[in-house]
Ligand binder design. Structure first.
Ligand SMILES: [Zn+2]
Ligand SMILES: [Zn+2]
Length: 268
């Protein structure tokens, strides 16, 4: 926190939050892809409709059990999607903005490139397509999920002990995910349940202090407009180069941005 006011990072978080809740951020995402997100969504929805479904959840008589299973499945998909955003260069270009925050704050929870949120919504819908949705999802579950997301991005310096280690992701647990320290990299991908990090070997079991968060300069410290233009442009550029290489139309590999290299070493 900067004396006398919010830091630049927290002011950006607040600005993105305002743009997000007013719908402007989503509109920006549609505009800069010339509606491409709509086209992509249609392809994904059509693909999902062809997946064989087993509709397991509606067959379970207990609604609380349905909800717990649903949240576990959604978090499992979210876990692998998050790991993939760190692994694939074009996706890291989009996710990098979330990690460019230099200070945690509740609004950091909504600090995302406008193209990231539709992708997450589309793919976390996958378990619903296959396993069905719970018969009813109480409003407090949605409220709790949003509240939890705000809390883990807050500056509450707590790991919640056993509860944070095994039951629910704590503020410390997610701050480790944002840490710049090399021994914290590629750790704690789960959004809600640490279980999947334990299962897939990415849980950080230490308790040392997180000294600094963010990505390397100049990606931390950019203006909002600059970050939006740079990251979206890089994502599109890297994707096109990868597509051209795929079809044998380019012999030179696409550039790898320096901030991505700090995330190398992860094996999906
Ligand atoms: Zn991340
Ligand atoms: Zn975060």
């Amino acid at each position: 926190m900067i004396k006398g006011g919010l830091s630049k990072s927290l002011r950006q978080d607040r600005a993105v939050w305002i743009l997000d809740v007013t719908g402007v951020w989503l509109f920006v995402g549609k505009a800069i892809t010339l509606g491409g997100t709509y086209y992509f969504a249609n392809i994904v929805n059509q693909s999902l409709s062809r997946i064989p479904t087993i509709k397991l959840l509606p067959r379970i008589s207990s609604v609380p059990v349905q909800i717990v299973l649903y949240l576990l499945l959604a978090d499992l998909v979210g876990y692998w999607l998050h790991r993939t955003f760190h692994k694939i260069p074009a996706l890291w270009m989009l996710h990098k903005f979330h990690h460019s925050a230099t200070e945690m704050g509740v609004f950091t929870a909504r600090r995302d490139n406008p193209l990231v949120v539709p992708l997450f919504i589309l793919f976390t819908g996958l378990p619903v397509s296959i396993f069905g949705a719970p018969s009813e999802v109480p409003l407090w579950i949605t409220f709790f999920a949003i509240l939890h997301s705000l809390i883990i991005h807050s500056q509450i310096p707590s790991d919640w002990g056993f509860f944070g280690r095994w039951v629910l992701v704590s503020p410390y647990g997610h701050t480790v995910h944002h840490s710049k320290a090399s021994h914290h990299l590629n750790k704690n991908f789960c959004f809600m349940f640490p279980l999947w990090d334990h299962v897939f070997g990415s849980y950080y079991g230490g308790s040392d202090e997180v000294v600094a968060i963010g990505v390397d300069e100049p990606d931390s410290g950019r203006s909002l407009v600059r970050a939006l233009i740079d990251d979206t442009g890089s994502c599109i550029g890297v994707s096109l180069k990868a597509a051209l290489s795929w079809y044998g139309l380019s012999v030179s590999p696409g550039p790898r941005a320096a901030p991505l290299d700090r995330h190398d070493g992860m094996n999906i």
